[in-house]
Design a protein around this ligand. Structure first.
Ligand code: ZN
Length: 128
């Protein structure tokens, strides 16, 4: 390959085209990754413990000890945030119907208006 490239360079044929094309491909690839993260409509990062969990949901709570809204079950239980503050049933755990709160009653998923974006579902679940 190297010999071939050298030969082409020496001949002046497409000497600059090959590295340029490689760069472009790299840029497109990087952009794709970023878009996947931005467009991801499922959240699994707990703003309270700063960790990724499969049971993170959105809570509109009045707990003064935290400003986190996307919270995993463990943190929600620990902070005694009632499940009727929960706004979403979007986590993997909810989807698998395994979502269960230790603190208080678990709100039935049918009661929660699942906030769904109309973005097309592709292979956008990049975190798994
Ligand atoms: Zn947490």
């Amino acid at each position: 390959m190297g010999i071939m490239k050298d030969a082409l360079l020496k001949a002046g044929i497409k000497g600059t085209v090959t590295p340029k094309a490689e760069n472009e491909r790299e840029k497109i690839h990087r952009k794709k990754i970023t878009e996947t993260i931005i467009h991801q409509d499922q959240r699994n990062f707990c703003e309270e413990c700063k960790q990724v969990h499969p049971d993170v949901e959105l809570y509109y709570h009045n707990n003064p000890t935290t400003e986190a809204e996307w919270i995993c079950v463990k943190c929600a239980d620990r902070m005694k945030i009632a499940d009727n503050c929960r706004q979403t049933a979007q986590s993997d755990t909810s989807i698998k119907k395994m979502f269960r709160r230790e603190h208080g009653a678990t709100r039935p998923a049918s009661e929660i208006k699942v906030v769904k974006t109309n973005k097309p579902k592709g292979d956008a679940n990049g975190n798994r």
